[in-house]
Write a protein that binds this ligand. Structure first.
Ligand code: NAD
Ligand code: NA
Length: 395
């Protein structure tokens, strides 16, 4: 079939298998171009099909020749209906990994559940024996608690006061003023339940109790801080409370791993266009200004550049450069004083009329379409493609 983008707000209902494949190939080529990383050899990535998790899987496989197991929650294609991008990405990843002689298996299902943890535990036992790196990169709006069965929904709200600021509809370029009401009822606890660290610890407990973590194993989860303008809705909001919990959990897990000489870290990453971040109000405007400034300074990075740098310079580069709260910071270039000062200045003047000039709306929009395999260079979108693509290890 011929597949075209069909967008509804900040989601795209279709995705393109050839475009997704090309994105994965481009990421692999990038990692290979940067040379070998003396990193982990047996890697579990939870949230492995898009964004930072996919970049982590690619960096491990093609930077360190690692065997990888990837866990994600995606929709396979059916006749006449394209699958979700993570499914196509994973199909492409496995194809490339197999061609390179690398072990790669994937599990598609709810990572929050006991069933999926059990499947992964069994797969590691059968195939790898132990893992030496666990990347935790889930981004989800809901979580069903595996013990109580209760379904929690996360929200993106400020805490305390109404937050008003500018935002942009990145499809139309229209800048407008929005007001977001503060969290109420159990909003904060619910968001912590979904995006906090409880599930990460459950994964690590499950792996450690079965002796599936190698001596010196490391685990890393991803967090975000961001600028002053998004603080009320991000870091000081409900999602920030969940990130505080995630970051605190790193210390709990680190204690648990002491007996095997293991380590647990949070890495604070840069703001990037992903399915998760497009849904957060105010952030798209910030990102479009940030991209403009960082590109002009020659320091723009995408997910793959971020994770390749995280691995080569921090995790396996001998200098973790932890901040005062014990976190790895690859948002260091985003948070540079000169970058933030310029973004701030632009923020004050941004309007519908000038945004296409002072911001990188085009870059934002392009990255958004790229997430779904559209507008990828070199792909013929008029060609008939087979929408049903299988992930080799999932048949
Ligand atoms: P993403 O949406 O691209 O990736 C999320 C992954 O989680 C996908 O592989 C998806 O399949 C998987 N997933 C979601 N729910 C699942 C479930 N129930 N079971 C199994 N898999 C599930 O998101 P992302 O932007 O790469 O975010 C990953 C992490 O990085 C998050 O913790 C996020 O907060 C953090 N982060 C994001 C940004 C940003 O700007 N995008 C910046 C810094 C940190
Ligand atoms: Na991810």
């Amino acid at each position: 079939m011929i597949i075209e983008p069909r967008t509804r707000g900040f989601i795209c209902l279709t995705s393109h298998p050839v475009g997704c494949e090309q994105n994965v190939i481009n990421q692999i080529e990038y990692v290979k171009s940067k040379g070998k990383i003396e990193g982990a050899k047996k890697v579990l990535v939870i949230g492995a099909s898009t964004g930072f998790g996919l970049a982590s899987r690619i960096s491990s496989a093609f930077g360190s020749d690692a065997a990888t197991i990837g866990v994600f929650f995606d929709k396979p294609a059916t006749e006449g209906r394209p699958g979700s991008p993570g499914f196509y990405n994973t199909a492409a990843f496995e194809k490339q990994a197999i061609a390179a002689g690398l072990y790669a298996k994937s599990i598609n299902g709810d990572a929050f559940s006991n069933e999926i943890k059990e499947q992964v535990v069994n797969l590691i036992k059968e195939d790898l024996g132990q893992v030496d790196l666990v990347i935790y990169s889930l981004a989800s709006p809901v979580r069903t608690h595996p013990v109580t069965g209760k379904r929690y929904k996360s929200v993106l709200k400020p805490i305390g006061d109404v937050f008003s600021n500018k935002t942009v509809d990145f499809h139309t370029g229209k800048v407008s003023e929005i007001s977001i009401n503060p969290a109420e009822g159990e909003d904060v606890e619910n968001t912590i339940n979904v995006m906090g660290g409880e599930d990460w610890k459950m994964w690590m407990d499950a792996l450690q109790s079965e002796n599936l973590l190698a001596e010196g194993a490391t685990t890393v989860a991803y967090s975000y801080i961001g600028p002053e303008v998004t603080k009320p809705v991000y870091r000081n909001g409900t999602i920030g409370a969940a990130k505080d919990h995630l970051e605190a959990t790193a210390f709990t897990i680190a204690d648990d791993l002491k007996s095997i000489g293991g380590k647990a870290f949070v890495s604070v990453n840069k703001a990037l266009v992903t399915q998760a971040s497009s849904a957060i109000p105010v952030i798209p405007l910030y990102i479009s200004l940030l991209y403009k400034v960082m590109k002009a300074k020659g320091i723009h990075e995408g997910c793959i550049e971020q994770i390749q740098r995280l691995y080569s310079e921090r995790l396996f580069g001998g200098d973790l450069a932890l901040d005062e709260k014990g976190r790895i910071r690859v948002d260091d270039w985003e948070m540079r004083e000169d970058v933030q000062a310029e973004v701030n200045k632009l923020w004050k003047t941004a309007t519908t009329e000038n945004l296409s000039e002072i911001g990188d709306l085009e870059g934002y929009s392009n990255d958004f379409y790229n997430l779904f395999g559209f507008k990828v260079d070199g792909v013929d979108y008029d060609a008939d493609v087979n929408e049903v693509v299988n992930v080799p290890s999932i048949q």
